[in-house]
Design a protein around this ligand. Sequence first.
Ligand code: ATP
Length: 328
Amino acid sequence: MPKAIKKLAVLTSGGDSPGMNAAIRSVVRTCAYHDIECVGVYRGYEGLIEGDFKPMDARSVKGIINKGGTILKSARSKEFRTIEGRQKAFKQLIGANIDGLVVVGGDGSFTGALIFNQEFDFPVMGIPGTIDNDIYGTSHTLGFDTALNTVVDAIDKIRDTASSHNRLFFIEVMGRDVGHIALNVGIAGGAEEILIPEEDLGLDRLVESLNRSRKSGKTSSIVIVAEGDKIGKNIFELKDYVDENMEGYDVRVSVLGHMQRGGAPSCFDRVLASRMGVKAVESLLEGETNYMVGLLNNNVELTPLEKAIKGKSKINLELLRVSDIMST
Ligand code: ATP
């Protein structure tokens, strides 16, 4: 029989994403609902090692569901990558009578949680919080939907300038390894081309396609480039190539950067975070450990952390086809 859980801890780790606060709120309130104690851990694994804990009750998470970022702060901890660091973290948890840990973060944070569990048999549960949506075992990570809305808003604004000046804009969006953001915002923002890490269109085909758009009567164009795209070494080299090989367009670049990670979470992310927090806490109370909660076919379900870490989050091929048809 697993030890009965009387006290849980929650931390946020890795890059922040909108919806992390809503997840913290959900974890804390689900603990209160089940009459167990909850502590917030500041600065991710760094704060775990240092024992930077704060008791939290239902009222201490008021007014945060609509806030971007994370009230618990996030950090990347080198020390937690060492056994000595993880031993210190274990001591802090035991010293504070904590029986389980909810980790809100990306695959790196889950890797740390899984290793920690394997070394100390300490119950852990993951909630996927990253705007890139690059985690296996969930159709949506926390913050992905908000980031999409933020980027589409930016594209709409850039298009106003593009069409007023007959410009071709390359817009770089986040997504080092996967093109989920690029593909979705490309369709929603009416982009002529979408360049993603999963597909290598080739520079010549890109120019060919842009020329075709010109001939069909388009006077301005938007090309969405995921930061991990492999066609050009970077978006500025892409611009130079198109500048040299296409006439008649004034080519510009816009790198959206960190603004994509901020802002108030969308309704979707707030609801998702609330559902995931409930499932994470109740699963730990039921004696489950080493899982990530995720959204699958609109149900909140558990995926083993090991699978969530090793599995590949694949691009939706139907969306690729839709984007091709829409740019006709
Ligand atoms: P993002 O998607 O925003 O990058 P992430 O959770 O993948 O989020 P990482 O920086 O990869 O972010 O990992 C967060 C923290 O998890 C690291 O700073 C480290 O403390 C811990 N961690 C990552 N990998 C390991 C590992 N192999 N062993 C122990 N701890 C790890």
